[in-house]
Design a protein around this ligand. Structure first.
Ligand code: FPP
Length: 248
């Protein structure tokens, strides 16, 4: 619907999908049902992002801290992610969606890593939306791995410390080649970043919505993008109107 598409569409939207458990609790359902409904919201959001002309959509699917949850819940979440890739990969590929995965790949057990790699390999030449799945992801861990990789280059004499730049750090992050998020959305009313894209969020806009993730819909996404379009992004400089006022 053209009237629901805002004028200024962000190139990259990142989402902290929070509130699956509370959505289920509020209905007297097990938490696993909240996660299941959460996957439906993922499907709708990916489709909507493509339709709205967003080029990158990053979803925080599983954090490096989520392993601390009860084993049954961890197994359930991994199962849902695997089922999503198995069932939806063909359709995403047909929609020209490219999948990228960020997060630590070391020490992952079982068939999750081969599946994630298959999703990346199958879709690597696709050119519509890039769906970035943050799995076993923690921003401090990502930055630590990037810094360690630079330190190894310095130790080996391939790099001088004075040549380290923000761009070089960018290139060592899991998100290398992905533009910084213009907009970070968090559902469920919580207002924090929870170790998500700390480096990349330097100039992101944040929008917190009270709705639980399973209730996130195309309409809610569109209204969030309208709020984003009204923001004045200055990246540390002055806005056009401020610059005009200074010049007058
Ligand atoms: C937060 O809800 C959500 C998660 C920890 C996981 C999100 C995962 C999915 C939606 C499913 C798999 C992902 C993909 C990309 C298919 P919570 O459990 O922390 O909710 P609460 O704060 O209300 O307890």
């Amino acid at each position: 619907m053209s009237d629901s598409i805002p004028i200024s569409v962000p190139e990259h939207v990142a989402i902290i999908m929070d509130g699956n458990g509370r959505w289920a609790n509020a209905r007297g359902l097990p938490r696993s049902m909240g996660h299941r409904k959460g996957v439906e919201a993922v499907r709708e959001t990916v489709r909507a992002a493509g339709d709205m002309g967003i080029k990158f959509l990053t979803l925080f699917a599983f954090s490096s801290e989520n392993w601390r949850r009860p084993e049954a819940e961890v197994v359930g979440l991994l199962g849902l992610l695997k089922a999503f890739i198995r069932r939806d990969l063909g359709e995403l590929h047909r929609q020209n969606v490219r999948i990228r995965v960020i997060g630590d790949r070391q020490n992952l057990q079982g068939d999750i890593l081969p599946l994630l790699i298959e999703a990346e390999e199958t879709t690597k030449d696709n050119t519509a939306l890039t769906l970035v799945i943050a799995f076993n992801y923690g921003s401090r861990d990502e930055i630590t791995r990037a810094v360690a990789s630079l330190a190894r280059d310095v130790e080996a004499g391939r790099l001088r410390p004075q040549d380290i730049t923000p761009a070089l750090i960018d290139a060592r992050l899991d998100t290398a080649g992905i533009p910084d998020p213009d907009l970070i959305i968090r559902t469920s009313g919580e207002e924090r970043l929870s170790n998500f894209l700390l480096w990349q969020a330097a100039y992101s806009e944040f929008i917190f919505v009270p709705d639980y993730w399973p209730d996130f819909s195309r309409a809610l996404f569109a209204s969030t993008l309208k709020r984003y379009a009204a923001r004045d992004r200055r990246f540390g400089a002055l806005s056009a109107s401020q610059t005009a006022a200074v010049g007058s």
